[in-house]
Design a protein around this ligand. Sequence first.
Ligand SMILES: [Zn+2]
Length: 277
Amino acid sequence: MRALGIDVGVDKGLDLVLMDERRVPLQVVSKARLADVRRVVTDGNPDVVAIDSPPRWAASGKARLTENELAHLNIHAFRTPSPEHSEGPQFDWMRAGMQVYREVEGLGYPLHTGGNFRRRAIEVFPHASATVLAGCLPPKGVAKRVWRERILRMHGVRTQELTTVDRLDAALAALTGLLALEGHHCSLGDPRDGMIVLPVRALSPKYRRGALADDGSDRLFRPCACGACDGFVQAPTEFARGHDAKRKSTLWRQVRDGQDAIEELKRRGWRLPPEMG
Ligand SMILES: [Zn+2]
């Protein structure tokens, strides 16, 4: 099994990392152009192509639902506007990314819109992948490069050749693709303007800053995932003792409240929210 991760840049070009299920980078290419994408896809035959940029513009306004939903989790992405707001040079990298989607679609990897990921292109966001894999935002004072490399190593990725942030991001994209193929995934947003794929099955209600052990060891502490306390637990543990049960009862209560809301909408003859069909 192989995944190709693509970090999109304009002047600096693309960074490509082709990774197999052992988490070994088989090919690492910097300053790549579309011709290099073509070559690596044709020779490497990846099962999925994971691209760090939006596949299309927002249907309306100045952001897509996927970015707004990430912001609710405290994960902040560059917003993708609708075409009429997309003129400026700050959006050139998005245009470059859309060309990459077109290129890989021509090579037999259309954009994933649901179902199996095999031979699909998916949108990923390395900062979000790193955050959900660690269970927290980077601890204060930890550089982006150090943080992302650490998370890749936590997941068994060989990082010797991943010498720049762009290569690390392409590797996080590829790792996200592999994990998605292995069944670890969820997506946010609306399929009409693109959904960012995240490499875990269940998200925390909100991500907060983690903390490193103060004894200089490699231990990482992350905020408890219950969303209702200020406790920290040692990664990869998600919950403080007993707080998984607290989280479950919160979700049960929300489901029951939701059921009550659905029934009231029906009684009043009102429609369900559009995303619920
Ligand atoms: Zn808790």
